[in-house]
Design a protein around this ligand. Structure first.
Ligand code: 5GP
Ligand code: ZN
Length: 115
């Protein structure tokens, strides 16, 4: 169920527009609004969960199970030479949206703007 005032739940529900990368019954993937590199994508579970601490195993497995497929789709389109996966939990660790998400950050070599 959508969590009140959660922007990622609103994105899943289509109330806030997003550039969809992938979607199925468990996950939604979309381009980050402020891409640190070309193709920077967020993968989120459709079931609202605040961060990794509050994530039930079945939600975690549904999410992580799909990451390789999504990463490969991004690799095919953007042709990066590498990729970082990142998950921030709680404010001191740079979590700014409190709906669990995995960042997929394609890398293009020195000067790609991300370090
Ligand atoms: P965090 O800092 O919580 O790990 O990552 C949250 C990410 O969500 C940030 O990279 C930020 O740019 C992205 N973001 C925040 N609001 C929106 C939005 O409305 N649309 C999209 N596509 N990305 C968003
Ligand atoms: Zn949410």
């Amino acid at each position: 169920m959508a969590h009140e005032d959660c922007i990622f739940c609103k994105i899943i529900d289509g109330e806030i527009p997003s550039a969809k990368v992938y979607e199925d019954e468990h996950v939604y993937a979309f381009l980050d609004i402020s891409q640190v590199t070309k193709g920077h994508t967020l993968v989120i579970p459709k079931k609202h969960t605040k961060n990794i601490y509050e994530t039930p195993p079945e939600v975690a497995s549904g999410l992580f199970e799909r990451v390789p497929k999504i990463a490969n789709a991004i690799k095919k389109v953007y042709k990066p030479i590498g990729m970082n996966l990142l998950n921030n939990n709680e404010e001191p660790a740079d979590q700014s949206v409190f709906h669990l998400h995995i960042h997929i950050i394609p890398r293009y070599g020195q000067g790609d703007g991300y370090s």
